[in-house]
Design a binder for this molecule. Structure first.
Ligand SMILES: [Cu+2]
Length: 153
């Protein structure tokens, strides 16, 4: 497990006192797609030094990006959009197949192993100040990790 990126996030408002949050994004990756597949998941571990929340994401490869949660509901795996994913200080939040993930939808092209997908992650601190970091997530082959089917929305 590598720490891919640890960035210091500055407050969006230059005039505000320097509100700094540190979020480490560990092992980001994106599941590869096959032709005509329009959505896939991005996975990573997030750890913040202070209480923040992941409130949004975007990527140039996808028309729509949402934060999703996947869970069993009456024996059926269901996904639902999450407006805010809280990152309590010092706690590692695992985005992984079958759980939380960043959903890349309306894909503009298939994603193949070896590609690198830039993903912007927007975090908000408890005072409502937003900051964004960009990670480059390598694409892993569709079969790299077994997971429930994840192609329909
Ligand atoms: Cu999803």
């Amino acid at each position: 497990m590598n720490i891919v990126r640890t960035l210091t996030l500055a407050a969006a408002l230059a005039a505000a006192p320097a509100a700094l949050a540190q979020v480490a994004v560990v092992d980001p990756w994106v599941r590869g797609t096959v032709a005509a597949q329009k959505s896939t998941g991005a996975f990573m571990q997030l750890r913040s030094a202070s209480d923040v929340a992941l409130v949004g994401a975007s990527s140039p490869v996808a028309g729509i990006v949402e934060i999703h949660e996947m869970k069993m509901d009456g024996g059926v795996m269901r996904m639902s959009a999450v407006r805010k994913l809280g990152l309590p200080a010092g706690k590692t939040i695992d985005l992984k197949p079958g759980g939380y993930h960043v959903m890349l939808m309306a894909l503009k092209a298939p994603l193949s192993e070896g590609d690198s997908v830039p993903i912007s992650l927007t975090f908000e601190d408890k005072d409502g100040r937003a900051s964004t970091i960009v990670v480059n997530a390598p694409v892993k082959a569709l079969t790299a990790v077994p997971a429930p089917a994840h192609t329909r929305h």
